[in-house]
Design a protein around this ligand. Structure first.
Ligand code: ADP
Ligand code: 5GP
Length: 193
């Protein structure tokens, strides 16, 4: 039976993970994307079922009880979880899939899916990260501070990811991410995280 490639992409909030993923989607039209469940409120422009499945905390807790998630975590005060079934199905049917999850969630996936490929995205430096979060203007001042404090911690875990890339110049970073995905899609390339 063919086995797929599960890419786990993590980054400190504001490093540009969503921007990079949006940019590579047209380059890999057959790639699947895991749509996480979250109790966070939608941002302007976010669509239920496209960017996330937005659910209440009550609904989320019920899903935990019935083992709906491959992994779930509390991140910046909200709950986020990855639906197990589509990941297992993608893996077993030989499809490629991207998971956009936090570092703690990534560790859990690496335990469960030995051949998952980890990609960590770094901002050029902390000042740039803060500037990007402020320019995005989607969070309150308190949440921005929380996300920056968490970023310092997340950067310490970068070494558990097989690949690390710096999102400095967007066009360059898009090309680098695409090269990693192409190289890891070659048969026989599934090495630990
Ligand atoms: P994340 O998904 O990691 O939280 P986003 O993709 O939302 O981050 O990016 C945060 C902000 O930084 C957005 O406003 C985005 O337009 C901007 N951004 C992303 N990548 C770059 C880049 N290479 N150069 C400058 N700005 C960027
Ligand atoms: P945001 O609120 O900016 O969309 O996401 C905040 C953080 O939650 C990001 O690090 C993002 O990768 C992470 N995240 C999104 N979905 C999941 C998920 O299903 N599981 C885990 N563990 N983290 C997630």
């Amino acid at each position: 039976m063919p086995t797929g490639v599960i890419f786990v992409i993590s980054a400190p909030s504001g490093a540009g993970k969503s921007t990079l993923i949006d940019r590579i989607r047209p380059l890999f039209p057959d790639m699947l994307y895991s749509i996480s469940y979250t109790t966070r409120a939608p941002r302007n422009g976010e669509v239920n079922g496209v960017h996330y499945h937005f659910v209440s905390e009550d609904q989320f807790r019920k899903m935990i009880e019935v083992d709906y998630f491959l992994e779930w975590k509390q991140v910046h005060g909200n709950l986020y979880g990855t639906h197990a079934h589509p990941i297992i199905e993608a893996f077993e049917s030989g499809r490629r899939m991207i998971l956009d999850i936090d570092v703690e969630g990534a560790k859990e996936v690496f335990k469960n899916i030995r051949k998952a490929v980890g990609i960590f995205i770094r901002p050029p430096d902390m000042e740039t990260l803060e500037k990007r979060l402020r320019l995005r203007a989607t969070e309150s001042e308190e949440t921005i501070r929380l996300r920056i404090a968490h970023a310092v911690e997340e950067m310490r875990s970068a070494s558990i990811f097989k690949h690390t890339l710096v999102n400095d110049d967007l066009e360059r970073a898009v090309q680098e991410l695409a090269s990693i995905i192409r190289a890891e899609s070659e048969p026989g390339n599934g090495t630990p995280h």
